[in-house]
Design a protein around this ligand. Structure first.
Ligand SMILES: C[S@@+](CC[C@H](N)C(=O)[O-])C[C@H]1O[C@@H](n2cnc3c(N)ncnc32)[C@H](O)[C@@H]1O
Length: 279
């Protein structure tokens, strides 16, 4: 059994136990057989238990793919808050399911749980730093998009000004980089979870693939931590457009002093990658 970080609020075992009342066999049987790259049944227990505990009226998921994790969130939220009690926004860069482009991003929702479509708003074609202006304030976020550092941290940055103290942000694939086959790549969610200084929970799976961090301070007080995480070497470079999104987002939400720090960060860490490629 891995070490599960206990909070004074709830344990991971407690969260996963809640899912027994949320994720029924009839729902699971509706999972389309074409999906892939989705969260596991272990992760489903943790994620559904977490939203039933946190009771968010508005949530955002970043990284949709087939839409199976969206379907899980919609089902758990409906059982917890009722069909008129919540909204789920879902952001993905691509219109089509990245593993099988013959299916649309989010199509599992339409196929498996069409009754939840009124509560679901899909935002495709934009990174979260651009899409969040159409989403607005949220009470819960689930981040499961690009796993190469710095993307999980940038997705966290994208939700930060739209959240309040006391809310939870879940990350998928928090230990993916420790798997032999990944050769220490896909480090983004690992850094976000393991460098988090405040309350956090991980699933009881060994190693855990899903975890969640709680905002115990005001959102802007996490910028210093985030900057430290973002200064660890990047696994891929950002395009000039993506850098512009980062820098202008920080300026708009957190002011010129932070804007200058993030501009310096992007220049330094992007240059490292270009220099490494050139050598
Ligand atoms: C691992 S899959 C998500 C799986 C999904 N959460 C599930 O469990 O069913 C990652 C998704 O992130 C999307 N993605 C990749 N880079 C992205 C980015 N920078 N911003 C938003 N979405 C991105 C991909 O198109 C892909 O659909």
């Amino acid at each position: 059994m891995p070490q599960t970080v206990m909070t004074r609020l709830i344990s991971s075992e407690g969260l996963e136990a809640r899912s027994k009342d949320l994720i029924d066999p009839e729902f699971t049987a509706r999972r389309p057989d074409w999906i892939g790259g989705n969260i596991s049944d272990y992760d489903v227990s943790f994620l559904s238990g977490l939203v039933s505990f946190a009771r968010p009226k508005t949530s955002v998921e970043i990284g949709v793919a087939s839409g199976w994790s969206s379907a899980v969130l919609l089902h758990a939220l409906t059982k917890t808050l009722g069909k008129d009690g919540f909204n789920l926004h879902a952001i993905d860069l691509f219109e089509d399911f990245y593993l099988k482009p013959e299916y649309k991003t989010g199509q599992a929702v339409t196929e498996a749980v069409p009754q939840y479509l009124p509560n679901y708003k899909l935002h495709t074609g934009k990174i979260a730093l651009e899409a969040m202006k159409d989403v607005g304030r949220v009470e819960f976020a689930f981040i499961d998009a690009h796993h190469y550092h710095p993307w999980a941290a940038l997705d966290f940055l994208a939700v930060l000004p739209f959240m309040e103290k006391g809310r939870w942000v879940a990350f998928h694939d928090i230990n993916l980089c420790t798997f032999e086959r990944h050769k220490h790549t896909n480090r983004g969610p690992f850094y976000m979870f393991h460098m988090w200084q405040d309350t956090k929970l991980q699933s009881t799976q060994n190693p855990s693939m899903i975890g969640a961090v709680m905002l115990e301070r005001q959102p802007q007080q996490y910028l210093r931590d985030l900057l430290e995480i973002l200064h660890t070497p990047w696994e891929l470079s950002l395009s000039p457009e993506d850098i512009e999104s980062v820098v202008s987002f920080v300026g708009e939400h957190f002011g010129d002093a932070w804007k200058a720090k993030f501009a310096d960060l992007c220049e330094k860490r992007n240059n490292d990658i270009h220099l490494a490629k050139a050598s």
